[in-house]
Design a protein around this ligand. Structure first.
Ligand code: AMP
Length: 285
């Protein structure tokens, strides 16, 4: 069953619509995004379409997940373009609230996932994951979806959201989808739009590093330091690249791994020029 497409901005209206859909017995999937949609986002929408009766796309550049010196004000925004891409894939409703509707003045409640939010991106971006988990909780509370689809590109974010959903009994099935890449290997990201042509070339060093580490892993290497060194090598020679972190961690607990004996993730954040890019690869013996 399909509902006529609509953009909804008011959280109360969105909640009422979802209550009706639930009462009608329809299975609701949500795809939360910050817009500037690319094929990575679209893959999540397609996956959601195959798993639910109603697909709700949310577009919200969430201010609480940006640090004071980060790119909130210049984050790419193109709602009309986003909807033109998303609608043909079968999005039923788009929820595009204003910031002041989501955070009325005086808002002072945050959701925090403790240990999983500490390392990796949490260490470089204090408060970032509290912003993410708070907005995702709010979206789940408004929409009460049956399932929510996220990308493995933000691997730590996905692990945190899974844990939060379990810990708080939110009753939402969390679906993770593989990283979608450009033909040359660069992981798709809304922030790739910031890159100059030279930086765009240098940005390949992330996926090259992961390829090198995976090749070493397939050749039998299990030592974390050597796998990380293999991943770092192409990044260290790219002129505009500067490593934030490259780490091998347990894929569920995100604890440090020294010898790879369990399902692990080689995760990295790299500044290319001023743009911070993420990539990762799961290595499972
Ligand atoms: P964002 O708009 O960057 O907050 O991302 C919204 C969702 O899209 C998150 O679940 C991301 O993990 C996912 N996503 C972003 N880039 C990709 C990609 N290249 N492949 C798959 N999923 C992605």
């Amino acid at each position: 069953m399909r509902v006529p497409f609509e953009v909804i901005r008011d959280p109360a209206e969105m909640r009422a619509r979802c209550e009706d859909l639930r009462r009608d017995g329809l299975r609701i999937a949500v795809v939360p995004t910050m817009g500037a949609l690319h094929d990575g986002h679209l893959s999540l929408i397609k996956a959601a379409r195959g798993m639910a009766d109603v697909v709700i796309l949310t577009i919200f550049v969430n201010p609480t997940q940006f640090g004071p010196k980060e790119d909130l004000s210049r984050y790419p925004r193109d709602e009309a373009g986003d909807l033109a891409k998303a609608r043909p894939l079968g999005v039923d409703l788009a929820f595009c609230p204003e910031a002041r509707a989501m955070y009325p003045s005086g808002a002072q409640t945050f959701v925090e996932v403790r240990e999983l939010s500490q390392p990796m991106c949490g260490a470089s971006r204090p408060g970032h994951f509290a912003g993410v988990t708070t907005i995702v909780t709010k979206l789940f509370s408004i929409l009460r979806p049956h399932l929510a689809v996220f990308g493995e590109k933000d691997f730590q974010q996905l692990a945190i959201i899974r844990r939060m959903t379990r810990d708080l009994d939110l009753g939402v099935e969390i679906v993770g989808m593989p990283i979608v890449r450009e033909p040359d290997g660069l992981a798709m990201s809304s922030r790739n739009a910031y890159l100059t042509p030279e930086q765009r070339r240098d940005a390949l060093c992330l996926s090259q590093g992961l390829d090198a580490a995976e090749a070493a892993f397939r050749g039998g290497e299990r030592d974390a330091a050597r796998l990380v060194a293999a991943a770092r090598a192409p990044i260290e020679v790219a002129p505009s690249a500067r490593i934030d972190y490259v780490e091998l961690r347990d894929a569920d607990e995100l604890t440090e791994v020294t010898q790879l004996a369990q399902r692990s993730v080689l995760a990295m954040a790299v500044f290319v020029g001023a743009t911070r890019l993420l990539d990762n690869r799961v290595l499972a013996p």
